[in-house]
Structures are given as C-alpha cells and as structure tokens.
Design a protein around this ligand. Structure first.
Ligand SMILES: CC(C)(COP(=O)(O)OP(=O)(O)OC[C@H]1O[C@@H](n2cnc3c(N)ncnc32)[C@H](O)[C@@H]1OP(=O)(O)O)[C@@H](O)C(=O)NCCC(=O)NCCS
Length: 171
C-alpha cells in the first residue's frame, strides 16, 4: 500500500503554475452560471502565472495545499478589508481543485490559514462568500462561521449578493 503525502505550506515561486491551475479550474467550476461568463473569463485571465508570481515575490500571504506533489488548493489571507467589521483578519480566497473537494482538505487549509492569521496577531476572522455559492456558504456555516453582514458585488451588469461569515477567536 502506498501513502499520499498531504501538507499545507507557504507558497513558493515554483508553485506558480500549480496555483494558476487551481485558480482557473476552481473558479470555473464554482462560478460558471453564477458570474456572467465574460466577466468570469476576464477575472480568470487576469490571474495568470505572472500575477501569481508577482504576488509571491511581493510577500502576499498564500498557503498551498499539496497532495502527493500536486498543488490541490490555495488560500490567501491578511488584514480585514472591511472597516465596519470588527474582525481583525480575513481569508480572502480559499479554493480547491474540484476533484479534491469534499474530503476534508478545505477544512484543513482553512484552519491553517486561520492559524497563520492568529500567529500574525489577527485572532478573529471574516470570510466573504457569494450568497448563491451554496456549497461555500454551507461549508463556512458548518465550520462554525456566524453570518455577520451582507453586501453586494458587481460583475459587469450583474449585481450579486455576498455574505460575511465570522469567527470571533483564533484557532
Ligand atoms: C469551499 C471549499 C474550500 C471547501 O473545501 P472542501 O474540501 O470541499 O470541504 P471539506 O471536505 O473540508 O468539507 C466539506 C464537506 O465534506 C465532508 N467531509 C469533511 N471531511 C471529510 C472526510 N474526511 N471524508 C469525507 N467527507 C468529509 C463534510 O461532510 C463537509 O460537509 P459540510 O460542509 O456539510 O461540513 C471547496 O469545496 C472549494 O474549493 N469550493 C469551490 C471554491 C469556493 O467556493 N471557494 C470558497 C469561495 S468563498
């Protein structure tokens, strides 16, 4: 029997292709039919290897989930961007390749991001999800997140609702 090494670690320059692939595939999978297709294509195209390479070189906080040598997911996080919310930290993005979803790996990556936020002094966390992204909303609710705010975001001519989930303490 062989074992598959699973780990979460800081992103390095050599992860750029892997993260780009996760971004492309997971955004397509999560948002097709939700975000207008032209807008979605534009958002995905903008986040090519050059974008991720620059983000890593600038020291953007990015964790990757590695499964048997494959980058299967990534999380980005940092200070909370919404001034009217009390939480200190924010997980900006949490995305897994579709074929790695639903077996506990997102939970693992999310906890690692919150732990890293707490280590940096941001011991409470907020996450925004599109209100129509049912699996993500369910995931955050089941992970103990409390709904603390609603807002909207515009994608081309389409306005979509979004929900903020919060965790008052670090992990
Ligand atoms: C949202 C997302 C990050 C969650 O990660 P995930 O790995 O799918 O989630 P998990 O597997 O940890 O948990 C999801 C479910 O799997 C099940 N699960 C958890 N551990 C499990 C295990 N070891 N074995 C089998 N099932 C398990 C649980 O029932 C859990 O259900 P729940 O949500 O009702 O609690 C991931 O699905 C994803 O990338 N989705 C698309 C992108 C997206 O929407 N991102 C969020 C943007 S805000």
């Amino acid at each position: 029997m062989s074992t598959l090494a699973i780990g979460v670690r800081k992103a390095e320059s050599s992860d750029v292709e892997g993260i780009t692939a996760v971004h492309d595939s997971s955004w397509r999978n999560a948002y097709e039919g939700l975000i207008p297709s032209q807008e979605l294509a534009r958002m995905i195209a903008r986040r090519g290897p050059r974008w991720w390479n620059r983000a890593i070189r600038r020291g953007t906080a990015i964790l990757v989930l590695e499964v048997g040598g494959t980058i299967a997911g990534y999380a980005t996080f940092g200070p909370n961007r919404a001034r009217d919310l009390a939480q200190k930290g924010e997980v900006y993005e949490l995305y897994l390749l579709p074929e790695y979803q639903g077996v506990g790996l997102g939970t693992r990556l999310f906890l690692a991001a919150r732990r890293e936020l707490a280590r940096l002094g941001f011991d409470s966390t907020v996450v925004w999800a599109l209100a129509d992204n049912d699996p993500a909303c369910r995931f955050y609710r089941n992970a103990g997140g409390r709904r603390v705010a609603r807002s909207t975001e515009q994608f081309g001519r389409t306005v979509l609702g979004k929900i903020a989930f919060a965790w008052p303490r670090g992990v």
